[in-house]
Ligand binder design. Structure first.
Ligand SMILES: Cc1ncc(COP(=O)(O)O)c(C=O)c1O
Length: 442
């Protein structure tokens, strides 16, 4: 091995890798050892173009100087402060910046360490809010088929990805699911929001009438469903959900773990679609994926409902040892500054048209049954191999990696979500490799 190449471990057995085909991986490991801007470097010294912003999180690209420096400085200044009954300035500063960045009604911020924890926190706040208002009977939750809300019990209960649910028992009770909105027969090859499917939101009315609307605490959806394979909301769908929630006093939660921080060309999808939820969950891009951190944003109406009773008493019995951790907070501040200084959300909006054309240029490729896009995100759906679902897309992933491009696949769908610093030349390269790979797939 060349001296300038970092060594890699030769015993891979102890680490049980998450959401990974462990046996396949360990036979032919794919190891990244460094990263800069748009590229990873592999253990065998190759550059790989990042077509997925890590896992939808490194929106400013990799090893960005301001973020790296903030982490170094914070580690040397204040490494940890107790999260309960004590504070430190940067957590408050980051909460204020997030409030300023978020759509107007979002006034308060609860810090977590991941998207999954943000979801659990939002669901708990929603139920506790109704109780604080004297509506303790509102305990039911509504999610959506194909929804991804992380991997904790609340999140998989409201989530709708079958493999994430079926191995883990009975889950939370009192949960219903809206139908998913994916409809290839009517919407295949849509650019941006599909035309058809707004009426699917009306299923909420049916669920409300089934149980009694006064029993439902909250509806949670991803405004654009990422992990299930990039499903855009049909035109009018989110507004219809909002209207029904208003009619029945149900809270609307937007899970913006992927859509937050510029992915669609605006700070949050709520702003992009012009529909305001009552709570927003976020994580990932909050710290550019560099240090684990998530957050729940909520309205004053929700927050203030808890601020009653004797002032020495804790108002919400919930929190994490690392809520607002100093290094995470410093990373978040440096990340938001980087986004602002480089105008990255606007950059995503400006590049969206070029990106869209590149995505739809794959229409004549073999196996492609749908292409969809919005902002700097895309879904490329492949016809599954009969009797071997996921195999074709996984092979595309392996082939792209061999050719120096990182994509992500879920089922037989390829998902792309590059860092927002991507250049047109990178987009060209990404799609020419993809075209080549698709043309040579079985
Ligand atoms: C919409 C959504 N919610 C929640 C999560 C879970 O986030 P984490 O993996 O940080 O727990 C994800 C992760 O992809 C997500 O896309």
């Amino acid at each position: 091995m060349a001296l300038d190449r970092p060594s890699v471990p030769n015993d891979l057995s102890a680490f049980w890798m998450p959401f990974t085909a462990n046996r396949q991986f360990k036979k032919a490991p794919r190891m990244f050892v460094s990263a800069k801007d748009m590229h990873y470097r592999t253990a065998d010294g190759r550059e790989v173009l990042d077509g997925t912003a890590g896992l939808w999180c490194c929106n400013a690209g990799h090893s960005r100087p301001k973020i790296v420096e903030a982490i170094r400085a914070q580690a040397g200044e204040l490494d940890y402060a107790p999260a309960f009954q004590m504070g430190h300035p940067k957590a408050f500063e980051l909460a204020n910046r997030l409030r300023d960045l978020a759509p107007d009604p979002m006034e308060h911020v609860f810090f977590t360490n991941s998207g999954s924890e943000s979801v659990e926190t939002a669901l708990k706040i929603a139920i506790a809010y109704h109780r604080a208002k004297g509506e303790g009977q509102r305990t039911r939750l509504v999610g959506r088929e194909r929804g991804y809300h992380g991997v904790n019990f609340g999140g998989i209960s409201v989530g709708g990805i079958v493999n994430n649910r079926k191995f883990f028992g009975a889950l939370l009770n009192g949960v219903d699911h809206l139908p998913h909105t994916h409809d290839l027969s009517r919407n295949a090859f849509s650019r941006g929001q599909p035309e058809h499917g707004a009426e699917l939101a009306d299923e909420l009315e049916r669920i409300a009438q089934l149980h009694g609307p006064e029993t439902i605490a909250a509806v949670i959806v991803e405004p654009m469903a990422g992990s299930t394979g990039v499903l855009m909301p049909p035109k009018g769908y989110l507004q219809r959900l909002r209207d029904l929630c208003n009619r029945h006093g149900i809270l609307l939660i937007f899970d913006e773990v992927i859509t937050g921080f510029g992915r669609l060309g605006s700070s949050f999808a709520a702003e992009h679609f012009g529909v305001m939820p009552d709570l927003i969950t976020c994580a990932k891009g909050l710290t550019n994926g560099v240090i684990p951190m998530g957050a729940v944003l909520c309205t004053s109406e929700i927050h203030d409902a808890f601020m009653h009773g004797p002032e020495h008493l804790i108002e919400l019995f919930h929190g994490y040892t690392y809520s607002g951790n100093p290094i995470a907070a410093a990373t978040g501040l440096a990340t938001l500054e980087t986004y602002a200084e480089e105008g990255l959300f606007q950059r995503a909006a400006d590049l969206a048209g070029y990106w869209e054309d590149a995505v739809h240029s794959l229409r004549d490729c073999p196996h492609v049954i749908d292409l969809r896009n919005m902002g700097l995100i895309a879904g490329i759906e492949l016809e599954p191999i009969a009797g071997a679902p996921t195999k074709r897309a996984f092979q595309a992933f392996l082939d792209c990696y061999e050719r120096g491009v990182l994509i992500r696949t879920t089922g037989d769908i390829i998902a792309l979500s590059p860092p927002l610093i991507i250049e047109k030349a990178h987009i060209d390269h990404l799609f020419s490799v993809l075209r080549d790979v698709l043309q040579n797939l079985d």
